[in-house]
Ligand binder design. Structure first.
Ligand code: GCU
Length: 358
């Protein structure tokens, strides 16, 4: 992993030196403009599958002028590094967790709030509504990037090596890896654990060497990233639904003609569609594999004490950023609209619980 990362950074540095000018990118020379997209997931991950569909789509529609290249697995650096490369235009797009973006503009903090969405349906409906996302997606334009679409990254839950988490009390004294975002660090503090922020690519080694006792993420981290080889307890406390965001370099996007922009826009929607279709299947498969092959035990604690411990964060973020209030209210409308679904999700968890008990 370390070796790969060094290569990644060297490659990224090379892109900064050679990539910025668009050299070899074919401005008028008959060469194609290479469009580089980086992400930190494996090649089996729904995000990679979706980006490959985008690559094929753009290469088919605009292949005489553009050649899309997708770089998986932190080949271009960590997520935070890739955001910086996208900002400067050394690469054209990357996938960043919404959490990482918070350090570029506080507006992004809204989608990092724990227990913001009451069900997956409310989450999807809100993220699909331009009234909820538009101003946030444009929030970092001055910094050099905008969001072009969002991706499902499921529900984040705690998983640990030795100690099952059944209530926030169980987190006390445990070092838990969180994403590098002020909201996530504060969330962990409120829950009573000790927040250890680090990049995603470092988590496996940190778990293995005992630097941390656990982490929090969706089910795919167990299988795709091997965390389930080390952590045997996964607790559905359901604390966050943090979307992944596809961001693009503003200068590149503005360099496209109107017609090309329309085709790229179609491509962004394709990424969203394919990733979400693949996501549902991938979560189910990851859960089965983690249970059968890695021996991970899935726990279903009462989520209410987790929610109570962190809900004050909503107020803190809103009072620090009052402009977010209308967006927050709109999300609450979706939560109200999808209460039945929230109940069904809870019932699903109950059924799962009783199935395991019997
Ligand atoms: C999820 C998410 C990634 C993120 C990772 C993390 O896997 O999809 O974008 O980097 O969590 O916890 O850092």
């Amino acid at each position: 992993m370390k070796k790969r990362k060094r290569w990644g950074l060297a490659l990224a540095a090379g892109l900064v030196v050679f990539g910025l000018t668009g050299c070899g990118h074919g401005s008028g020379s008959g060469e194609k403009r290479i469009v580089r997209i980086g992400h930190n997931q494996s090649q089996n991950h729904p995000t990679h599958i979706a980006l490959t569909a985008f690559q094929e789509f753009i290469n088919e529609k605009l292949g005489d002028k553009y050649q899309v290249e997708v770089y998986p697995g932190e080949l271009l650096g960590s997520q935070a590094e890739m955001v910086q490369l996208t900002q400067t235009g050394a690469i054209d797009y990357c996938i960043a967790s919404n959490s990482i973006l918070e350090t570029f503009s506080e507006n992004w903090s809204i989608f990092n709030l724990p227990f913001l969405f009451s069900s997956a349906q409310a989450y999807h409906a809100a993220m699909d509504d331009p009234k909820v996302t538009d101003s946030i997606f444009e929030a970092s334009k001055k910094a050099g990037f905008v969001a072009v679409t969002w991706l499902d990254a499921g529900t984040r839950n705690f998983y640990t090596m030795n100690k099952p988490i059944n209530s926030p009390k169980d987190l006390k004294g445990l070092k838990i890896r969180v994403q590098q975002s002020p909201t996530n660090i504060e969330m962990m503090r409120l829950l009573g654990g000790s927040a250890t922020p680090m990049g995603f690519g470092e988590v496996y080694t940190a778990l293995q060497s005992g630097i941390i006792d656990g982490a929090e993420n969706n089910e795919l981290a167990l299988t795709d990233n091997g965390h389930g080889d080390v952590c045997k307890y996964y607790s559905y406390d359901m604390h966050q639904m943090v979307p992944d965001i596809v961001i693009g370099n503003v200068a590149f996007m503005e360099s496209l003609t109107r017609e090309e922009q329309a085709i790229f826009e179609e491509g962004y929607q394709l990424i969203n569609r394919v990733q979400r279709e693949e996501w549902t299947k991938a979560v189910e498969a990851a859960k089965n594999r983690a249970q059968r092959e890695q021996g991970v035990e899935f726990l279903y604690p009462d989520t209410a004490p987790f929610r109570e411990a962190v809900i004050s964060l909503h107020e803190s973020i809103l009072s620090a950023n009052p402009d977010l209030q209308p967006i927050y209210d709109k999300i609450q409308d979706y939560n109200a609209q999808y209460t039945e679904e929230a109940e069904e999700e809870r019932d699903g968890v109950e059924t799962e619980k009783s199935r395991r008990v019997s």
